[in-house]
Design a protein around this ligand. Sequence first.
Ligand SMILES: NC(=O)C1=CN([C@@H]2O[C@H](COP(=O)(O)OP(=O)(O)OC[C@H]3O[C@@H](n4cnc5c(N)ncnc54)[C@H](O)[C@@H]3O)[C@@H](O)[C@H]2O)C=CC1
Ligand SMILES: O=C(O)C(=O)COP(=O)(O)O
Length: 526
Amino acid sequence: MSKVLVSDPIDQAGIDILSQVATVDVKTGLKPEELVKIIGEYDALMIRSGTRVTKEIIEAGTQLKIIGRAGVGVDNVDVAAATRQGIVVVNSPEGNTIAAAEHALAMMLSLSRHIPDANASVKRGEWDRKSFVGAEVYKKTIGIVGLGKIGSHVAAVAKAMGMKLLAYDPFISTERAEQLGCQLVDMDLLVQQADYITLHIPKTPETTHLINATMLAKMKPTTRIINCARGGIIDEEALATAIKEGKIAGAALDVFESEPLGESSLRSLGKEVILTPHLGASTTEAQVNVAIDVAEQIRDVLLGLPARSAVNIPGLGPDVLEELKPYMQLAETLGNLVGQLAGGRVELLNVRLQGELATNKSQPLVVASLKGLLFQALRERVNYVNASIEAKERGIRVIETRDAAIKDYAGSIHLEATGSLGTHAVTGALLGDGEIRLTNLDGFPINVPPSHHMLFTVHRDMPGIIGKLGSLLGSFNVNIASMQVGRKIVRGDAVMVLSLDDPLPDGILSEITKVPGIRDAYTVTL
Ligand SMILES: NC(=O)C1=CN([C@@H]2O[C@H](COP(=O)(O)OP(=O)(O)OC[C@H]3O[C@@H](n4cnc5c(N)ncnc54)[C@H](O)[C@@H]3O)[C@@H](O)[C@H]2O)C=CC1
Ligand SMILES: O=C(O)C(=O)COP(=O)(O)O
């Protein structure tokens, strides 16, 4: 049975799902050196933001197939190291969107009305109504940095509260921003005009210290900043100084450069600063959502199925996966088949996506083809995560083409592999019930399902040849399950495709090619 390590607190709903397929150990608060020591036993690791999954931990995780982040941000995972090792990294892109957005909005209102300090004052026995006069958000300008899932929800609520909306997000279209009632502006204009600035972007090298002393200097003395995204997007020292010097009005922070927050000048500031201990995703609802979402993906991957929200499999989002799932197996089977037909070292793989597959969304099918192609060389070590890297490192050039005009089937995939021993091509499609059909082999039309043991021959179409091959296989005690001939013209060249009940014994291929009329023979195990 597989083993899963859960190293941060997650909802029981997730543990229940994992327990269906694995032994689950919940060990929270492990030191990095403790994690390195035990990770080698586990097939999967489930975390939140509390565990830093470094290269060292990943390299020690020799059995790891998947790292599941029960939340959004994967900046605490060395995704590049995981990818290299073929470990799929998944997250829950939407499970805590509302929780994080509501926390940012709660922070904005709390900051404006001094709620945390007013509450503490009353609890101390005071009745001070003068010190906590606040500001309204109505008709004020909110500058939303990052108009993704969380930023969009913040925009919708802020609009409903009567705020004017500015947004900075270089990857969002003007139309999308307008739909949300936001004016897209550059960062400079946003920081100059906004009364409230709220951050909803990932932490990347580009966004690290995006809010620094220079940016802070451009803000209004009445500006308040909210960061419920990631620590390190704001330069905390510069922020504390700007607040102390009255350059801006305040800040509400849920996330910090280093967590848990240690010594910090932010702690000594008054009601103009609110600090929460990374609570953005901490609602009952969000924790159930993310635990189920990620546990299901871990379960699927442990069962050999693809994950719907892998961050290191380009282009394979949940909607795309739903559409492509049946074709992924087709692409993989064809890749495996054409790789074996080509034999030797493959240098070039042409992937043509045809009919309804001729869209940009079908890029994962190229990855699946490569996974199949590399299977003979790498076996279980190749997967959707590392197939492209492995192919690149082996010098396999990949050419992708798309042809929507080829409509023999709703969608079909054509692969052509060129290697040291020549070029071979195979085409396949799915039937209505999702069954795979091989529809063309080296230019010859065929219509056969793939099977475990297959034999392909190229021969001259002439009487008696099929019988001779059958007798030869019989003499080696090989049973034929099915057989089909594909030809373009009568008595021209033809291919024979045989499904066999047994593997071909060693040495038989050379006997087959001695049969008069048979030019080539290939055996394939799928
Ligand atoms: N405090 C907490 O507990 C939580 C924090 N988060 C954090 O919130 C952030 C946003 O999450 P989502 O909205 O779900 O992500 P998302 O991926 O839906 O949105 C992020 C947006 O940022 C934009 N973006 C990327 N780089 C940018 C840049 N250099 N400048 C401006 N915009 C840029 C993207 O185009 C995208 O629209 C993440 O950092 C996530 O880790 C998420 C959940 C809970
Ligand atoms: O989902 C995210 O990105 C978060 O920051 C939430 O973090 P957490 O799971 O609460 O440790």
